[in-house]
Design a protein around this ligand. Structure first.
Ligand code: PEP
Length: 251
């Protein structure tokens, strides 16, 4: 059985005082039935890790470099993130792909670096509105999957997040049918590449305007093993009910 994940992406938001939300979350979910991961900006990884300590909340990063060290001004390696206390790292988020021209090849290199460092790579993919309207969603997903996931990935070291670009931060949410179609397709592709058992072990997250009000419906979709949550993860009062909905969703 795949253990579900509620992952929060704080993006470029958050200050030291906002780490108080993690204390509240930890108190509300002392022994959660799902994994809880919060990815604050890099500056908050060490204090967040110190604060969450032995609670059930894991801390992740939002990006890493493909290299371990070197002349890459402003970048952070997986090794550095691990040393700061991160256990997970997002790679290939659409904002990185768009703002920093990250290709599937780069995303694959980042996932590989993360996994080699012992971090769990949350590999993000998703189609733009234009691609969906052109009817090429599954083709785009297939290409991204094939090129962004390194061969060393396993269900224990990598998580796949399907995030339709048009649903991120827009309030637009993919329908249950749209999510089900893409998640079923991703599962089939993973099985084709990694084999039945290994393919079944990968956890698939949906991301794109997940809120308390739509979480139950999304978590009822087959092959949805959790969510990657942006805006609603910033505040414990918004994120906590999403975690509860995931805990209450059927296995
Ligand atoms: C995200 O940043 O990955 C995301 C899904 O954002 P939001 O939940 O705000 O749409």
């Amino acid at each position: 059985m795949r253990r579900k994940i509620a992952a929060g992406n704080w993006k470029m938001n958050g200050t030291l005082t906002q780490l108080e939300h993690l204390n509240v979350l930890a108190k509300r979910h002392p022994t959660p039935k799902v994994d809880i991961v919060v990815c604050p900006p890099n500056t908050l990884i060490a204090p967040a890790t110190a604060q969450t300590g032995t609670t059930a909340i894991a801390i992740g990063a939002q990006d890493c470099h493909t290299a371990t060290t070197g002349a890459h001004t402003g970048d952070t390696s997986a090794q550095m993130l691990s040393e700061a206390g991160a256990s997970h790292v997002l790679v290939g988020h659409s904002e990185r792909r768009c703002d920093h021209d990250e290709t599937d090849r780069v995303v694959c290199g980042k996932a590989q670096a993360a996994i080699a460092q012992g971090l769990i790579a949350i590999i993000c993919l998703g189609e733009t509105l234009q691609q969906r309207e052109a009817g090429s969603t599954l083709e785009v997903i297939a290409d991204q999957l094939a090129a962004s996931i390194p061969d060393i990935a396993t269900g224990e070291t990598a998580v796949i997040a399907y995030e339709p670009v048009w649903a991120i931060g827009t309030g637009l949410v993919a329908t249950a049918a749209q999510i089900g179609e893409v998640h079923g397709f991703i599962r089939a592709q993973l099985i084709k590449r990694f084999g039945e058992d290994a393919g079944q072990r990968f956890r698939l997250l949906y991301g794109g305007s997940v809120k308390a009000g739509n979480a139950d419906e999304i978590f009822a979709v087959a092959d949805v093993d959790g969510a990657l949550v942006g805006g609603a993860s910033l505040n414990c009062d918004d994120f906590s009910p999403i975690i509860t909905a995931l805990e209450n969703s059927s296995p």
